[in-house]
Design a protein. Structure first.
Length: 550
């Protein structure tokens, strides 16, 4: 029988961080992970990022139900089924989120999670290599944060075009000033993917009090309203891994609500439908599902300066061999080296549009566009009002859950996305891109009216793979909250959640950074040692936001 003080389900961004801090404090920890090793070059080589996300051995392979507002398309919803979780298959982009995102969390009932409260955890978790130390950045955490070399002239053209269009430029979107165009940051260190597994789990497993168990979690075992362990399947046999103190779910915003429901915690009527005994009737379990959608604005290039020249067997072999033998070259970067956060309109107080710039025109599944040399910007609104849900397909733990995002179900989404398309065209029309832009590939010059843009969106909008919110944090008397501000599941004892499920609202940007921060902060709640002292660093807000878009 396996027993520990704490049993953590999921070796992903939040789970690795929480296990590291608990083990560091001398507690015994078992981490349960269904996925396999992250040792292969497809995961560790940053330039190969399009591979692991599309490999069944590393990904749970979830898909949405047909999305009614996207012409009935079913979209891929990748989640890492591997050591390191989604931090081992993501694009390695590091974005904390805007200060006001976390202030909104606190206003929504997650007291103690305002920007002042979470900034010390963002600092504790990182070693930042982007510039001189300052009050916003950390210098001695487990997670290395770096920037690409930006040798390609297109990275500079993108930032300069933003400046020419009248937008702010920022030296550090994760520091004082998110708004503007500037360098993108990544969880890459010494040419390798610096996942939560590399940063947190491997050091934790070197301690005698932290163990990794490779097994499939079936449900949380509850006795008299208290979590006492996790039922797993290992080698075809069911067994219980017991927790002396607490069980901590960090299984992703898709699998965490599924596990809660299979354990009897969720909307009573839905659980009863599936013959599951109701332990705690929590309507919010699985609800409040959010994501970022984006489109790829693609342009054909006048000059052969893009990565397309390597998009063939010999080119890929060269890049791969160079990385394998030296840890350097194009394979050592995720190629997302310039970024931007802008506001869509006057009266919007902080950025609500994000850009990832890429010096090749390519799809996420690694298929290059037919036109050859090109480049693209991924763009999408940050704060969609559309909400979906994760529900059970059946009471069988092996059955994948039903995932319905209800993308584009709110009319404001369409208005915001049209702005994204038009503002992006304006950026690529600036003088900085004159030497490089041949013509627009996608959406294409024939896509100008609202109706034409909407038709393009229906067919081509893609998930940015940022699902969250399905076990949201709030006040204990909030009927739709699932966890309280200490991440304790409301209605049972000894059970917490430490992943992106608990986000009340999706933050600006990619979710790896706030998920790791969540693991760091939840660990301190678990240990009952008091929080790090709140910061008093003031973020930059545009002084003219009420009257000007830029």
């Amino acid at each position: 029988m396996t027993i520990a003080d704490y049993v953590v389900v999921g070796a992903g961004s939040g789970g690795c961080a929480v296990a590291y801090r608990l083990a560091e404090a001398g507690k015994s920890v078992v981490v349960i992970e269904h996925g396999g090793s992250d040792a292969g070059p497809f995961i560790q080589m940053p330039g190969a990022l399009s591979y692991p996300m599309n490999m069944a051995m590393y990904d749970w392979g979830f898909r949405t139900e047909p999305e009614p507002h996207l012409g009935g398309r079913t979209l891929a919803t990748p989640r890492g089924k591997v050591i390191g979780g989604s931090s081992s298959i993501n694009g390695m982009v590091f974005v904390r989120g805007h200060a006001k995102d976390f202030d909104h969390w606190a206003e929504a009932g997650a007291s103690g999670w305002s920007y002042a409260d979470v900034l010390p955890y963002f600092r504790r978790m990182e070693t930042w290599h982007g510039g001189p130390a300052n009050e916003f950045r950390g210098t001695d955490g487990p997670l290395h944060i770096t920037r690409g070399p930006r040798r390609n002239p297109l990275f500079h053209a993108f930032v300069e075009a933003g400046r020419q269009a009248g937008y702010e430029v920022t030296g550090d979107y994760n520091g004082e000033k998110q708004e503007g165009f500037g360098p993108m940051e990544a969880t890459i260190w010494r040419g390798r993917r610096w996942s939560a597994a590399n940063a947190y789990l491997r050091p934790a497993l070197k301690r005698p009090n932290c163990t990794l168990v490779r097994a499939f979690a079936r449900r949380v075992v509850l006795r008299d309203g208290r979590a006492v362990g996790v039922e797993v399947e290992r080698g075809g046999q069911a067994e219980v891994i017991e927790a002396r103190a607490e069980v901590i779910l960090a299984a992703s915003s898709i699998n965490t609500p599924k596990l809660l429901m299979l354990s009897g915690i969720g909307p009573a009527a839905h659980l009863s439908e599936h013959g599951i005994e109701v332990v705690a009737d929590r309507k919010g379990v699985g609800a409040n599902l959010q994501d970022h959608l984006e489109v790829y604005m693609q342009y054909a290039a006048k000059k052969p300066v893009t990565l397309y020249k390597y998009w063939n067997l010999w080119g890929k072999a060269f890049v791969g061999a160079q990385w394998l033998f030296t840890g350097t070259g194009l394979g050592a970067s995720n190629q997302f080296e310039s970024a931007a956060f802008i506001r869509s309109d006057k009266g919007v107080d902080y950025p609500d549009i994000q850009y990832h710039f890429l010096p090749i025109a390519v799809r996420y599944d690694g298929k290059a566009v037919a036109e050859g040399h090109g480049f693209q910007a991924h763009v999408g609104p940050m704060r969609s009002k559309s909400r979906g849900a994760v529900t059970l397909r059946s009471a069988d733990p092996k059955a994948p859950p039903l995932i319905r995002f209800n993308y584009m179900s709110h009319p404001d989404d369409w208005t915001e996305f049209r702005k994204c398309v038009r503002l992006t065209r304006e950026i690529f029309a600036q003088d900085a891109f004159k030497p490089f832009v041949k013509h627009e590939i996608q959406p294409g010059s024939g896509t100008g009216t609202n109706e034409e843009i909407d038709a393009f969106l229906r067919e081509h909008a893609e998930s940015a793979y940022h699902p969250c919110g399905t076990a949201r944090m709030g006040r204990r008397d909030d009927p739709l909250a699932v966890v309280d501000p200490e991440a304790r599941v409301i209605g049972v004892e000894g059970l917490r959640v430490a992943d992106s499920s608990i986000f009340p609202r999706i933050p600006n940007g990619n979710l790896n950074a706030p998920s790791i921060m969540t693991g760091e902060k939840v660990a301190d709640h678990v240990l009952g040692r008091g929080m790090l002292a709140p910061a008093n660093s003031e973020p930059w807000i545009s002084p003219s936001w009420k009257i000007a878009q830029r």
